[in-house]
Design a protein around this ligand. Structure first.
Ligand SMILES: [Zn+2]
Ligand SMILES: [Zn+2]
Length: 381
């Protein structure tokens, strides 16, 4: 017998992520802007430590550089935590799941005459008395759980998708949103801090020598002031925007689409109608485990036989019906479905985002943890 080769699951994950440290670190493929973020933060702080801190420590207080170092370390820690983690990627359906769901959909829709557009693939769920639509993802072959959306850059469905942020080189979703927010908040503080003490430094030195001489002696100051000045507006503005979103328990994606306003006239079913409760839920709620099992071991058969993906020996996070019947016209067993109303909404336009391939589709594999009274809402991407 040929020995089986041990492979980690991250090596076989679809989507456009990159992994390092044997699957422990996960990021989007494009990382250029992320490197720019790191270079700007470390560069500006290095200039501050090199040019202003020695003077300020002596003439004002040694606490100034100490606090700057602590703030800098905190900013980098939450940045890397946001960038290197799984934002909440939802696993794609297994081929057999996809086939099964495809049959389920066909059975529900009946035969669509050739040339006619099939009805949109939507399921409705009720969340806090609001009807929320779950859209089918043609790429991942799943009905997206509430608030999930497909990131076209990472090519994955992400739970509680907020947005894809090139500055952190990752999607921002359920699992890393609070770190992303802490990053914008602490970066705002750091920027204000450096900007303020740059000005204080110049003013103090100018009292001893001339203003021009001061700038000549500390050439980094001008560069720092410029970087901080332009960073301030964007980062502080972004922090303010996310503070508003958190207080409303909304995502950027929902805000951009106007999911809870305008034509839809649907109230946000996730909001507690209380700013404090919303903030607590978003920032202090339970943290969710990754359902990708990136470091789980797969036993890959030696070169041979079939091209079908080999399944992991580790527990599959999806609700899988591997015994899916091959009888197309059978009625779908209810136990495979999520406890939702599967009525198709014929008035809804078909999902705009993806090109309808031949699709199949799996049970609502919702490792999603929109728990209990958790709000749900359709998110398309
Ligand atoms: Zn998807
Ligand atoms: Zn993304």
């Amino acid at each position: 017998m040929l020995a089986a080769r041990v492979t980690r699951r991250w090596e076989k994950l679809p989507g456009k992520n990159t992994f390092c440290c044997d699957g422990r670190v996960m990021m989007a493929r494009q990382k250029g802007v992320f490197y720019l973020t790191v270079a700007l933060i470390t560069g500006t702080c290095a200039l501050f430590f090199g040019f202003e801190c020695p003077y300020l420590a002596v003439h004002l207080s040694p606490a100034i550089p100490v606090f700057a170092v602590l703030l800098f370390l905190f900013v980098m820690a939450v940045l890397l935590r946001t960038s290197f983690s799984d934002p909440g990627v939802l696993p794609r359906a297994l081929p057999e799941e996809a086939t099964f769901i495809e049959m389920e959909i066909e059975a529900a829709n009946g035969n669509v005459p050739a040339g006619q557009r099939p009805p949109p693939r939507i399921r409705n769920v009720e969340i806090n008395n609001q009807i929320v639509k779950l859209k089918y993802c043609y790429t991942c072959k799943i009905f997206r759980p509430p608030r999930a959306s497909h990131c076209s850059i990472c090519d994955n469905c992400v739970d509680r998708f907020d947005h894809h942020c090139p500055w952190v080189g990752n999607c921002v979703g359920r699992r890393n949103y609070r770190y992303f927010y802490l990053f914008t908040l602490s970066l705002s503080l750091l920027t204000i801090y450096i900007f303020t003490f740059d000005i204080v430094h110049v003013v103090l030195r100018s009292m001893d020598s001339s203003f021009v001489n001061t700038l000549k002696e500390t050439p980094g100051t001008v560069l720092e002031v410029l970087i901080c000045f332009f960073t301030l507006w964007s980062v502080v503005g972004l922090t303010g925007f996310h503070t508003y979103l958190i207080s409303m328990n909304q995502t950027t994606n929902e805000d951009i689409k106007g999911s809870w306003s305008g034509k839809n006239r649907v109230q946000n079913p996730y909001s507690h109608r209380n700013i404090i409760k919303n903030c607590c839920e978003v920032l202090c709620g339970p943290s969710y485990p990754s359902v990708l099992d990136r470091r789980g071991v797969m036993l890959e058969a030696p070169p041979a036989t079939t091209t079908a993906p080999v399944k992991s020996t580790t527990p599959e996070p999806q609700t899988t019906k591997t015994t899916a019947p091959l009888i197309p016209n059978e009625h779908t067993p209810e136990d495979v479905k999520p406890s939702i109303d599967t009525t198709s909404d014929k008035t809804c336009p078909a999902s705009e985002d993806e090109k309808p391939h031949l699709s199949q589709f799996p049970p609502l594999a919702s490792p999603d943890s929109d728990t209990e009274a958790a709000p749900t809402h359709e998110v398309s991407q």
